[in-house]
Design a protein around this ligand. Structure first.
Ligand SMILES: *[C@@H]1O[C@H](CO)[C@@H](O)[C@H](O)[C@H]1NC(C)=O
Ligand SMILES: *[C@@H]1O[C@H](CO)[C@@H](O)[C@H](O)[C@H]1NC(C)=O
Ligand SMILES: *[C@@H]1O[C@H](CO)[C@@H](O)[C@H](O)[C@H]1NC(C)=O
Length: 320
């Protein structure tokens, strides 16, 4: 009897344990002037995910519907990277890249209806993409302003809004040795953007406020223009930063002023663990080990792009 009880207790503990093998899908970007590949992302995003304790799998923007049906439900979380890309054509139809982003957001929504917490993080362009698809998307009234911001290569402390204190993001950062204080007092958030979302545009879109509520932080560019810098879903595990948490730890170009000091590395590293911890809260998995293995980033090799060429802002990139 005792043995049976002990066995049940052990099983119960296993069933509620976190998923310790999360895999994050990273949306690829179309290449430009690169005949050897249709899509890419900087390797720093793979390293960021890996530094949080997850593995990465590319989600190619030009995947077929059948490939996506097999891949998306097996992943534990999703990442939209930085970069530069249009979300819709002049005729106002979505590009394949933003259509897939919308499909991924809907995947996160469908998972939530099944009581599965599948997080989605957007960084810089990815933050703008997440906001764009969550805003409807409404191509007649896009929330994105482009390009009014003078915020290339500036490193800022976040300006917290009233929603910052007590948010899930702030509380987790506080319990990680005062990361919330570093983020709001030191120039550790790396901004590289000339598009952005003004707080007025964000608050003025009812779809966005429904999904995200009040932004957690804003910042001002070099001309004093304010932009939204950190957002978090109200009910869904959605996270967006206009700033780049991967750059202080993994990008080293000397043409930028990225802050690599100890406090910056500590605070920016924490974001990866925070995000991956959300991905541990669901049990989604590939149907077979073979399917998992063939989806992983290990099937590709990063290219050293930091020495020059058209991708020289990035230390290394994956091309697909
Ligand atoms: C809109 O433009 C894109 C790119 O030129 C094209 O592929 C697409 O078919 C067009 N869609 C419509 C509805 O005209
Ligand atoms: C909200 O999203 C719906 C589609 O999901 C769209 O029809 C509507 O225009 C959007 N509202 C705004 C304010 O953009
Ligand atoms: C994993 O699945 C089991 C069985 O369905 C469930 O009881 C458990 O809570 C799940 N764990 C997570 C982290 O979702």
């Amino acid at each position: 009897m005792r043995l049976v009880l002990a066995a049940c207790a052990a099983l119960a503990a296993m069933a509620t344990a976190d998923n310790t093998r999360p895999i994050i899908g990273i949306l690829t970007l179309p290449t430009h002037n690169r005949p050897d590949a249709t899509s890419y992302f900087p390797a720093s995003y793979v390293k960021w995910v890996e530094s949080g304790g997850a593995r990465a799998a590319p989600v190619k923007f030009d995947s077929t519907d059948a490939q996506l049906k097999a891949l998306l439900p097996s992943l534990n979380g999703f990442l939209f990277t930085g970069g530069g890309e249009d979300f819709y054509y002049p005729n106002k139809t979505l590009t394949p890249y933003s259509s897939l982003a919308l499909r991924i957001l809907n995947e996160v929504r469908a998972a939530a209806e099944q009581k599965q917490r599948v997080p989605l993080w957007g960084t810089c362009l990815g933050f703008q993409l997440l906001s764009f698809v969550a805003s409807g998307p409404n191509v007649d009234d896009p929330v994105l302003s482009c390009p009014p911001f003078n915020s290339e290569d500036i490193h800022l402390p976040l300006d917290p809004t009233a929603a910052w204190k007590g948010s899930e993001f702030q509380r987790a950062a506080a319990s990680a040795g005062g990361v919330d204080t570093i983020l709001t007092t030191q120039g550790v958030t790396a901004n590289f953007h000339h598009c952005g979302i003004t707080p007025d545009a964000f608050r003025g879109n009812s779809n966005l406020t429904k999904v995200f509520g009040e932004p957690l932080s804003t910042n001002k560019d070099l001309d004093g223009k304010e932009f939204v810098s950190t957002i978090q879903g109200k009910d869904l595990p959605l996270y967006g930063t206009q700033w780049h948490p991967e750059k202080p730890v993994f990008e080293w170009t000397t043409s930028h002023h990225t802050n690599h000091d100890t406090a910056s590395v500590k605070a920016n590293s924490w974001t990866a663990r925070f995000f991956v911890d959300q991905a541990r809260l669901n049990n989604r998995s590939f149907p077979t080990l073979n399917a998992e293995t063939s989806a992983l980033i290990y099937n590709y090799e990063p290219h050293f792009t930091g020495a020059g060429g058209s991708y020289d802002e990035f230390e290394q990139c994956y091309f697909f």
